[in-house]
Ligand binder design. Structure first.
Ligand code: MG
Length: 169
């Protein structure tokens, strides 16, 4: 059961993504969460580094979708510069936002990866749909109250996941 909460990989930041490795695994579409994956939840626009990183991913041939549980206004403003496919109020961990993303990127679930900072929305939701997940450390320790209450349990899941990796199981 707890395995449904484990990501495929756990990295410090989106900038540590193994872009070449993803390509070799046949990944064509990347689904990014926004809040605390790319920027803190109260930062309206992406940084220049993010804009450049997305451009690089697109040059490499990846399609990108933002899938966020946040509002239309938040997601549209954040996407002004990026101009990627964007889905707001996605109700993660329910699968419909992720399925819509696959459809819009014309990707099979095996050809996509989800990148997010939350076990109970991004990772669990990805596992339910059968999409690989990359968990990243939150870019800020500021969280909305809804998220704050889950962080303690998340830490325990991450510790258990890391023990599993260490044992090689
Ligand atoms: Mg998030």
């Amino acid at each position: 059961m707890i395995k449904k909460l484990y990501p495929t990989a756990y990295i410090a930041s989106i900038f540590d993504m193994d872009v070449e490795g993803l390509k070799q695994k046949g990944i064509k579409g990347i689904i990014f969460d926004i809040d605390n994956t790319l920027v803190p939840y109260d930062v309206v626009h992406p940084t220049d580094e993010i804009v450049e990183f997305f451009a690089k991913l697109q040059e490499e041939g990846f399609k990108i979708t933002l899938v966020s549980n946040n509002t239309k206004d938040r997601v549209m403003k954040f996407n002004e510069k990026l101009k990627v496919i964007a889905i707001h109020e996605s109700q993660k961990p329910l699968g419909k936002g992720f399925r819509k993303a696959l459809h819009l990127m014309a990707c099979k679930k095996e050809e996509a990866v989800i990148v997010g900072d939350q076990i109970f929305t991004d990772v669990y939701g990805g596992n339910l749909v059968g999409i690989q997940t990359i968990l990243v450390k939150p870019v800020s320790d500021k969280d909305e109250w809804k998220t704050k209450i889950k962080r303690g349990i998340e830490k325990r899941v991450i510790r258990s996941y890391e023990r599993k990796l260490y044992k090689g199981k």
